[in-house]
Design a protein. Structure first.
Length: 71
């Protein structure tokens, strides 16, 4: 069972670190937000720019292979 999930934030996100805790303030792509537990996302990127992909585990550590293709 794969327990790795990800989120994708649109350009314009802000990353801050305070007391060792990382916080990301940004707008996620539909179906690829923090609460979606996305394992696959396919769609048209709404704007040009630098997107942020955050990968994490749903139940602790996770092994994963991330493939990104932009066409």
């Amino acid at each position: 069972m794969i327990n790795a999930v990800f989120g994708i934030d649109k350009p314009g996100y802000k990353i801050s670190v305070e007391d060792g805790i990382t916080d990301i303030d940004g707008e996620s792509l539909p179906e690829a937000g923090e609460t979606n537990d996305a394992k696959v996302w396919k769609g048209r990127l709404p704007v040009s720019g630098k997107y942020l992909i955050v990968v994490g585990g749903t139940r602790g550590n996770a092994d994963y292979k991330l493939i990104v293709a932009v066409r």
